[in-house]
Design a protein around this ligand. Structure first.
Ligand code: UPG
Ligand code: MN
Length: 543
């Protein structure tokens, strides 16, 4: 499939205007001339090494030549990655005029958290509230929180947030609030002074938010939920069976507003909390295991055809981001082969010179290069997947979904309490035994960078992926701020990528020889795996 410039004005074969356009990067001629000049230099060096062979110290000569060949190879791989970057933009107005609100597909949002000490519950709920406030039909959106820390503190925070959402979501709609994370909003936006009525409401919401934050904060410092609060929601009873965070049964609670025991929705949005079962003798597969449990649980509760997953430290910064992603999936001409749409990881706390790490180059340039060569890898957060692609299905031309006819609606036939009981087994730690979960289905196990590996597998099943870098960042997260934290994170990534490099899924072997994908794409992926070899050295520094 090829997308070219000017296609926004071209009518598709089926008579529809495209929902997105693709532009090549500007100024490529300079980069390509620079690359060509280095290539000529490499040719001269090789010619020199071969044509002149010294009589003495021959091994030094050979050693130098081998080193030069290695660097030349690395140079080629990096050049190929940057050879053809593309940038995408969407036409959300066309999406809205083509699809009535009722015809839009459902979207399930997964937020992952794992430790209330490292990921404070106040931050987690701000992220949850930010994604609940997406500008999307409320009854088509479900937000799932996966708590691998199995903490009643996180549960308490979510319960508080579900109450606050009743104020926050209508407020976001009325004021067209951006960003929709209350924490980020009140930090960055001044009080509206020109409208006394609005200013008053603004102050009330801010005060309510701050009170909630103080309550959650003091509870977190206390380290436990007091008995009188535990009595307020039956969900806390589940913690009577929790031995420790590594030893407990599944807890699934579809959160309800404490004042209305019959309402299972908050403004039409479902908000389930899940702490999957953990037992000390059974490996839980970290985030990949959490995501797979969520895929199964959500398939019973809302079963939306699209899944957005975010880490709890990455809040939504653009309430239209879901519509942007859908412009790709719902495009009549090219949409059906797209398996996932990846947003960049952008950070609110980056310094101008970004002295640690090199994420800006990766996010701004390299992943756009991947996109031009066949599709970016999946980087774990800020990614919208088609449920089928994540569940292991192969791409097939016959797979055409009539979204309009489907009229997705999350029919909650069962009562929340019976869903909670019936679905728990799907999150038990033995459920996956002798099943393809973690191998052919869902997020892959056995690799520290489960996201990269899962992305490679989805692509090798014939799906394409898309990288979208909108002007307004769709998500804002936190980057480690100390050298030690950065080294630890890069060590983990380096380890994971090196694991893939050594495995039978090594992109050089698996994709090039397997001819599953175009060569450029595999070289791009191989590059991710390779740049981490450089991080390898850093490992010895941190142990
Ligand atoms: O057992 C676990 C461990 C982690 N997490 C969650 O996974 C996310 C990422 O983990 P983190 O420790 O923050 O790793 P990072 O290095 O910051 O994560 C980057 O790298 C990971 C591995 O490539 C990706 O999964 C992430 O999305 C990406 O942001 C967080 O939300 C955690 O809460 C779990 O749910 N269960
Ligand atoms: Mn993180």
């Amino acid at each position: 499939m090829e997308w070219r410039e000017g296609e926004e004005t071209r009518m598709g074969k089926n008579g529809y205007l495209p929902l997105f356009e693709t532009r090549p990067a500007r100024g490529l001629v300079f980069f390509r001339s620079y690359a060509a000049s280095i290539f000529i230099g490499i040719c001269f060096i090789c010619f020199h090494r071969v044509s002149y062979f010294p009589v003495t110290e021959r091994w030094v000569w050979v050693g130098m030549f081998v080193a030069e060949l290695w660097f030349s190879f690395y140079f080629f791989v990096t050049v190929i990655v940057k050879w053809n970057p593309v940038f995408r933009s969407t036409f959300k107005d066309r999406l809205s005029s083509r699809y009535e609100e009722e015809e839009l597909p459902g979207v399930d949002i997964f937020v992952c958290t794992a430790d209330p000490r490292l990921e404070p519950p106040t931050m987690v709920v701000s992220t949850v509230l930010s994604v609940m406030a997406y500008d999307y039909p409320p009854h088509k959106l479900s937000v799932y929180l996966s708590d691998d820390g199995c903490s009643d503190l996180t549960f308490y925070a979510l319960l508080e947030a579900s109450g606050f959402a009743q104020l926050w979501l209508p407020f976001c709609r009325k004021l067209k609030v951006e960003p929709t994370s209350p924490e980020a909003y009140f930090q960055t936006t001044p009080e509206p002074v020109d409208d006394a009525f609005m200013a008053n409401e603004w102050l009330i919401i801010k005060k309510t938010y701050e009170d909630m934050k103080t309550r959650i904060g003091s509870m977190t410092r206390l380290g436990k939920v007091p008995a009188d609060i535990r009595k307020e929601h039956k969900g806390f009873d589940e913690w009577d069976f929790v031995v420790s965070r590594h030893d407990h049964p599944s807890i699934l609670q579809i959160l309800i507003d404490g004042r209305d025991p019959n309402a299972i929705d908050i403004e039409g949005k479902a908000l389930p909390y899940l702490a999957r079962e953990k037992r000390p003798q059974i490996h839980h597969n970290f985030k990949a295991g959490a995501l797979n449990a969520l895929i199964r649980i959500s398939s019973r509760i809302s079963n939306a055809p699209f899944i957005l997953n975010v880490d709890c430290d990455m809040h939504s910064n653009d309430s239209k981001a879901i519509r942007d992603a859908l412009c790709f999936f719902l495009d009549e001409e090219n949409g059906r082969e797209i398996g996932y749409v990846q947003y960049p990881q952008t950070f609110g706390n980056l310094t101008k010179n970004e002295i640690y790490g090199s994420l800006r180059v990766v996010m701004k340039l390299e992943l756009a290069g991947f996109d031009g060569n066949g599709g970016p890898c999946y980087i774990g957060t800020g990614c919208v997947h088609r449920r089928e692609s994540l569940c292991g299905m192969k791409y097939s031309k016959e797979l055409v979904v009539e979204w309009k006819a489907m009229k997705y609606d999350r029919k909650i036939i069962e009562k929340a309490s019976s869903i909670e009981g019936n679905c728990k087994a799907l999150a038990s730690c033995t459920y996956e035994e002798n099943t393809p979960w973690g191998k052919e289905m869902g997020v892959k196990y056995g690799c520290v960078v489960e996201d990269i590996l899962t992305g490679i597998c989805i692509q090798s099943r014939g799906w394409r992926s898309v990288y979208l870098t909108p002007q307004r960042e769709a998500f804002l997260g936190m980057v480690p701020t100390t050298l030690l934290d950065t080294l630890v994170q890069h060590k983990r990534w380096a380890e994971g990528d090196f694991q893939i490099f050594q495995s039978k899924l090594c992109p050089f072997v698996y994709q090039v020889l397997g001819a599953c994908h175009i060569c450029m794409s595999s070289l791009s992926t191989a590059f991710t795996v390779l740049w981490n070899l450089y991080g390898w050295e850093a490992q010895s520094e941190v142990g």
